[in-house]
Write a protein that binds this ligand. Structure first.
Ligand code: S3P
Length: 441
């Protein structure tokens, strides 16, 4: 049964104890999607090590296979090889492209497919994905000549796309979103003329790094890397991609390690791309005891080892500026805030309302069920921490990051909890529950 189903019994979450040891978080989800997509449209073979073997990248792989791309099975710990079909080699699929729960799959596919003149594509997803806004990609693609239709004036899946010849353009995106940016960069690869994407603030830059490594003519400029220019014409060449561990998955251990009495955790091989490390900036603001070791570059991405030990924490405040570097870590930081004496403030986080769930509403609802003191507002929350939380009957509401955030909260509650739909974690971190069992002491 999928993460959205109710068929699994609720998971028992025991309170108390500590956490000790080393953990290797699975591969970065953003980099995993991109390695499959870029490998598919390159010439020759791409080999990927450390690819995240979770539901979201598996959705991307399934869509690519449905368009004639051959690749090896995605297995835990395995190498994945992708036989590229070249920039124009994707076949028209005979079936609906099922993007599952994955916004990255749907948005990047829209960009990838918009310029496949004469071919027709239908993209769909689960109930959560059908509620997420796609106009932010469809509208700029349409300005390049794309033809995309769907419910709510083309905003909501299922979406139908008729491939067209696209024209390069200068496009100012309305949100700092790496999904939107990456979709436009993919479309730009086969457009007629140059495309420049200008973001309101820099979002994660994995696409830029990896497209350059694959040989695209892509230049990053402007203040803080906000202007990205693609000139079509170069073919992409298959590469060897090494996917680092996902800092967004490491974030659960970082916060757990900081909060749980006696904890001492070392997280190996974590991606430390500066467009992703907002969580480290906030933990520093909180005076968390965190050490970054063995920093190095692996296949174009910075990587290191993180050690976190328990200690007293201060409340935090952050706003819109940091959000692109932190967007997926807000749920776990809302948990951290509950256990810091004083008031923490999250602002500028309205994007959280259009993630897999409305993460501001869901986290506020679930943490309040444990007795947390939270005011939810349009673009964030104010959390008065320090009062003890009690065990409760919790629900991930189908959201992977909510499931794992609540697991951390439950460790620190005054009694045991249960969690409905805990299997949602498999969307980005299938071994999360095993790692939690192993690290507990
Ligand atoms: C992602 C970008 C982020 C993030 C998502 C993955 C990506 O979304 O929340 O989990 O791989 O590009 P936005 O770019 O829409 O903020």
């Amino acid at each position: 049964m999928s993460a959205t189903g109710h068929s699994q019994p609720p998971r028992e979450l025991k309170a108390g104890g500590s956490l000790q040891g080393r953990v290797k978080v699975p591969g970065d989800k953003s980099i995993s999607h991109r390695s499959l997509l870029f490998g598919a449209i390159a010439e020759g073979t791409t080999t990927i090590s450390g690819l995240l073997p979770a539901e979201d990248p598996i959705s991307t792989a399934a869509c690519l296979r449905a368009m004639g791309v051959r690749m090896s099975p995605i297995e835990a710990g395995g190498l994945v090889t992708v036989e590229g079909v070249g920039l124009d080699g994707l076949q028209e699929p005979a079936e609906v492209l099922d993007c599952g729960n994955s916004g990255t799959t749907m948005r990047l596919m829209l960009g990838l497919l918009a310029g496949r003149a004469g071919r027709h594509f239908v993209l769909d997803g689960d109930a959560s994905l059908r509620r997420r806004p796609m106009r932010r990609v469809g509208q700029p693609l349409t300005s390049m000549g794309a033809d995309v239709r769907g419910r709510d004036g083309g905003n909501l899946a299922p979406l139908a796309m008729q491939g067209q010849s696209l024209k390069g353009k200068v496009i100012r995106t309305s949100v700092a979103s790496a999904q939107v940016k990456s979709a436009l960069l993919l479309a730009a690869l086969t457009a007629d003329g140059t495309t420049t994407v200008i973001e309101p603030a820099q979002s994660r830059d994995h696409s830029e790094r990896m497209l350059q490594a694959f040989g695209a003519d892509l230049k990053v400029g402007g203040e803080m890397g906000r202007h990205i220019t693609v000139r079509p014409g170069n073919t992409l060449q298959g590469q060897q991609v090494v996917v680092p561990g996902d800092i967004s998955s490491a974030a659960f251990w970082l916060v757990a390690g900081a909060l749980v009495p006696g904890a001492d955790l070392t997280i190996e091989n974590v991606g430390l791309n500066p467009t992703r490390t907002g969580i480290l900036e906030v933990l520093e603001q909180m005076d968390a005891q965190i050490e970054v070791m063995n920093r190095r570059d692996v296949a174009g991405e910075p990587v290191g080892e993180l050690r976190i030990t328990h200690g007293p924490l201060k409340p935090f405040a952050f706003g819109e500026e940091i959000m692109p570097r932190l967007v997926d870590e807000v749920p776990i930081l809302s948990v951290a805030a509950c256990f810091c004496e004083g008031e923490s403030r999250i602002n500028g986080a309205s994007e959280l309302r259009v993630k897999e769930t409305d993460r501001l509403a869901v986290m506020a609802r679930q943490l309040k069920a444990m007795g947390a003191d939270i005011d939810e507002h349009d673009d964030g929350m104010t959390i008065r921490g320090g009062r003890p939380l009690k065990g409760a009957a919790l629900d991930s509401e189908t959201d992977h990051r909510v499931a794992m955030s609540l697991a951390v909260a439950s460790l620190l509650a005054s009694g045991d909890s249960t969690l409905q739909r805990s299997d949602a974690a498999a969307v980005s971190y299938p071994s999360f529950w095993d790692d939690l069992d192993r690290l507990r002491c």
